[in-house]
Design a protein around this ligand. Sequence first.
Ligand SMILES: *Cc1c(COP(=O)(O)O)cnc(C)c1O
Length: 376
Amino acid sequence: MTIPFNRPFMTGRELDYIADAHRRGHLSGDGPYTKRCHQWLEATTGASKALLTHSCTAALEMAAILLDLGPGDEVIMPSYTFVSTANAFVLRGARPVFVDIREDTLNIDERLVEAAITPRTKAICVVHYAGVACEMDAILAIAARHGLKVVEDAAQGIFSTYNGRPLGAIGDLGALSFHETKNIISGEGGALLAREGDLAERAEIIREKGTDRSRFFRGQVDKYTWVDIGSSFLPSELVAAFLAAQAEQGEAITARRLELWDRYHAWAAAHEAAGRVRRPVVPSHCIHNGHMYYLLLPSLEARTAFIQRMKEQGVGAVFHYIPLHSSPAGLRLGRAAGELPVTDDLSARLVRMPLWVGLEAHMDEVLAAADRALAA
Ligand SMILES: *Cc1c(COP(=O)(O)O)cnc(C)c1O
């Protein structure tokens, strides 16, 4: 493949910061680089508490522990998402209840959420697909009416907003990803966002193996001990040092991704007018982060042929989620709230185009290849 689907972008300072962490001799978690990343995340998202984790998956697992979910409980979520959204809750014994997505944004259809609520429902876990926000006002209103918690899987959502509010910091808890396929990266990495209060305080304990170690280091208790369930969810300082270098360039990286996204969007307009593709829809109250550019082809067959023709021309275009509700584990461990026709239809027709910082130099080539793939 001459133009890969993804190529991780390095700012150039990552190794300097890792070398500095090495010099300081503090390699385990929660050192100076982790603190710097926490401050950056709190400033960027407005969340009162940000905690680095070793992945977004880990942050979602922490969220499921924090909400005290257990066997018999249900969590409403889209089927069109990554497996970690569901696994995090299944690991606590809870059952995912899959709801269909909207035609326009491919986000959970908030108009279908209320009908999926049962006496067992405890939470709604939304996913901001492609860094474009779900309809959070409607979702928060439903949650308030039924006494449910709201978790945001904002894995793709750093620097995106909904009505001016940063994603991940709108619900009760939010999870971000710094996996190398995301906008801001540390190889593997993530963060949990929480609002001031009980959840934020308990999150620190769960992340530190169920101990009050964080309070001990702040001098709030004179020895630390086992106080709750937990695990080791924090990354090493080496990972935090890498992320700190990325964080400094966060706005610049987002701006460059948005330029690429805009270029695709302008190019695809003619193909959309000719009925060959449908372009992504970004509602005017949502500011996105250029995480992903996708096209909806007319059929599964058209998508398969498009991906193949792009591959023949050396360009990596890929499909995305296989719906969870009809997967082997989804059938066994979850349940669909009725039919999910939009999920079934759109997931079969969606293709993601390459989008990474540095692709600028190859965009003419990518678009020419896509023109040929769509004309064939
Ligand atoms: C990437 C992603 C995850 C998982 O992130 P990790 O950091 O790899 O654990 C979860 N949910 C969504 C929607 C994602 O895109």
